[in-house]
Design a protein around this ligand. Structure first.
Ligand code: PMV
Length: 351
């Protein structure tokens, strides 16, 4: 641990989230200004842990000057590949400009779950990075600014991960000019984690990286002939989901979030070129969830941009849901997750 004020270091653990109403399609992809409002449940166990050290005098390294490592398959911290490091470096530059602090950053990060497998690793990763940078600079910012800065990473869903419980990110953003400093599109909590204990039985059928990134998915969304229709339908769906959460009404929430996930994948499948995130075991899991319901167990599926299925249920049904899903052919493993409290600062650093 290095407590020298000249090289301030901070570690943040930030959770992933599962969207009940999905962000899909952007009005401004670079700044992640969404076409539609979204609403998610912040998770607890699926998280990214990121340590950031600010080097006020920069470093001797070539290029961006930042040093970016991640936990490699060997178990040790290794230089992150350019596909990841370039995005991180771009965000570090952005945050440095915003803070007007100069210098460079040393970063190390690890996930508690497989990256790029449809478990929103970019949401936890970029919110953890943003918040750790703010901490390392000693900046105490409002939730709005923390959400806004996380969103500017380009991973829009990161804007929701800065808060715990149930979080809405409105579509409406200001007409503020590009590069505007103030918050223009940020998420807000609609209910705390204590308000409603829901479980997410994350059913991993594919732990490798997906073929098409969500960024490419956002780009293609408008090429689907059904995209406009989706935009028209979403406000009513969002309202229903928001009210179901307020009333803790799972009979309303469950069917609506499953419809929403199918809708998103229908848009992906009808985009040009088409995107198929589902794998054969994905369909088997969706069928198993329907079979659970036929047996009287209230469980509902939702999927982000990937093959894995998040099965949402009440605490009392979690064990039964998990037992059934574990037995489905093609299921690699389950992560038993639940609604969580949001990010936290930790005293123990990764380097
Ligand atoms: O935040 P991005 O650019 O990784 O996009 C997230 C897209 C979905 O996970 C499919 C939906 C969502 O709202 O989280």
């Amino acid at each position: 641990m290095n407590d020298s004020p000249l090289t301030p270091k901070a570690t943040v653990v930030s959770p992933s989230n599962i969207a009940f109403i999905k962000y899909w399609g952007a009005r401004d992809l670079e700044r992640a200004i969404p076409e539609n409002a979204s609403l998610s449940m912040t998770l607890d166990r699926c998280s990214s842990r990121t340590t950031v050290e600010h080097l006020p005098n920069g470093s001797d390294r070539e290029g961006s000057g930042h040093e970016i490592r991640w936990r490699g398959s060997s178990g040790s911290l290794v230089a992150a590949p350019p596909s990841f490091a370039d995005r991180v470096a771009a965000h570090l530059d952005r945050l440095r400009d915003w803070a007007g602090c100069g210098g460079a950053f040393r970063v190390a990060t690890e996930n508690s779950f497989p990256a790029a497998a449809g478990i929103a690793s970019s949401a936890s990763g970029f919110s953890a990075l943003t918040l750790a940078v703010l901490e390392s600079l000693g900046r105490q910012e409002s939730d709005e600014v923390r959400s806004e800065l996380s969103r500017l990473s380009g991973s829009g869903s990161a804007s929701r991960s800065v808060l715990g419980g149930y979080v809405e990110w409105p579509a409406s953003s200001s007409s503020a000019p590009k590069g505007s400093a103030g918050p223009v599109s940020y998420a807000a909590q609609v209910a705390s984690a204590e308000h409603w204990d829901l479980r997410d039985v994350i059913t991993i059928v594919e732990s490798g990286p997906k073929d098409v990134s969500s960024l490419d998915g956002h780009k293609r969304a408008r090429t689907s002939p059904y995209f406009e229709k989706r935009l028209q339908d979403l406000p009513a769906r969002l309202d229903l989901v928001r009210r179901a959460i307020a009333a803790r009404d799972f009979e309303i929430l469950g069917p609506e979030i499953e419809r929403e996930a199918i809708d998103l994948h229908m848009i992906a499948m009808t985009s040009r070129p088409a995107i198929f995130y589902w794998q054969p075991p994905t369909l088997a899991v969706l069928a198993a969830v329907r079979a659970l319901r036929a047996d009287g167990v209230a469980a509902f599926s939702t999927l982000d941009a990937g093959a894995n299925v998040h099965v949402i249920c009440r605490p009392e049904d979690e064990a039964q849901v998990a037992d059934r899903l574990r037995a489905v052919q093609g299921v690699e493993r389950l992560i038993l997750d639940r609604v969580g409290q949001g990010p936290r600062v930790e005293a123990e650093h990764l380097f």
